[in-house]
Design a protein around this ligand. Structure first.
Ligand SMILES: Cc1cn([C@H]2C[C@H](O)[C@@H](COP(=O)(O)OP(=O)(O)O[C@H]3O[C@H](C)C(=O)[C@H](O)[C@H]3O)O2)c(=O)[nH]c1=O
Length: 180
């Protein structure tokens, strides 16, 4: 596996080693020793999540706060998404900065989303199955988020307005500037 730190500290792009032969392919999708060696981050994932969405779905921007803040290792099992993270770490030099990446079953790229980041994605393929490991359990009461079309963040989700599918919950999220 190879890792590349983004310009947002502790946020890494991970490219697993893929072993292909005439049957198909094999890869270690996660290896804790290699992950720690190459990122310098020691983490223990406790919960795996999976979501399935159709083209145009935008999920996010979400995070859990306080002691329940989650680091996530995200990837796409089927299809293609535009994955977006926003640094919401108050003491960070890149506070409010965003990073976008295409994750797909084809490129097999993964993104490590550190604690304190907002996360979301838009489905660019007909459907997408999204898989992620979390280092803290789900704690509904600790959730917070920012509206996906926040003007200051100015994220180009690559989905035409009329094709966007967003949950009522996400439509009601506040602006990034309102985060205390
Ligand atoms: C996140 C989560 C949700 N749920 C239940 C709560 C709701 O009844 C249902 C759907 O939840 P929600 O609408 O929050 O799902 P997403 O919009 O995909 O949320 C995720 O979207 C963005 C992209 C993220 O990065 C977060 O991990 C997560 O917030 O699953 C659980 O039971 N456990 C969980 O860990």
């Amino acid at each position: 596996m190879t890792v590349e730190e983004t310009f947002l500290k502790d946020c890494f792009i991970i490219k697993p080693s893929v072993f292909e032969d005439d049957r198909g392919y094999f890869m270690e999708s996660f290896n804790s020793i290699q992950f720690e060696e190459k990122t310098g981050i020691k983490t223990t994932f406790v919960q795996d999540n999976e979501s399935y969405s159709s083209y145009g779905v935008i999920r996010g921007l979400h995070a859990q706060g306080g002691i329940y803040a989650q680091a996530k290792l995200v990837r796409v099992l089927k299809g293609e998404v535009l994955d977006v993270v926003v640094d919401a770490r108050k003491d960070s030099a890149t506070y409010g900065e965003k990073f976008e990446i295409i994750l797909s079953a084809k490129n097999k790229l993964q993104l490590f989303v550190p604690k304190g980041f907002l996360h979301g994605f838009a489905v660019l393929s007909e459907t997408a199955t999204f898989f992620y490991k979390c280092d803290e359990f789900y704690k509904k009461d600790s959730e917070f988020g920012v509206i996906y079309n926040d003007a200051d963040l100015n994220i180009d989700w690559q989905i035409p307005l009329e094709k966007r599918i967003v949950s009522e919950k996400d439509k009601g999220l506040p602006l990034f500037s309102s985060l205390s």
